[in-house]
Design a protein around this ligand. Structure first.
Ligand code: SF4
Length: 76
């Protein structure tokens, strides 16, 4: 899955939402999040984010953000 990180906070560009083929972005408290069970790992959102806030969860050190994305997305 891909993960939204802190760079997204108060960014509010929605370019990522528009390109996601499975609509798996959700509004978190102050940022967008990706639903980890719905993301199909296509990767098209990553280069669309002007804030560089989207990362593959294979990158190191993103455990906290992965957990947060899951919690906020599933709260919907
Ligand atoms: Fe959506 Fe693809 Fe980005 Fe996952 S990687 S959030 S499916 S655009």
């Amino acid at each position: 899955t891909y993960v939204v990180i802190e760079n997204c906070i108060k960014c509010k560009y929605m370019d990522c939402v528009e390109v996601c083929p499975v609509d798996c972005f959700y509004e978190g408290e102050n940022m967008l999040v990706i639903h980890p069970d719905e993301c199909i790992d296509c990767g098209v959102c990553e280069p669309e984010c002007p804030a560089e806030a989207i990362k593959p969860d294979t990158e190191r050190g993103l455990e906290k953000w992965l957990e947060l994305n899951g919690a906020m997305a599933k709260a919907w």
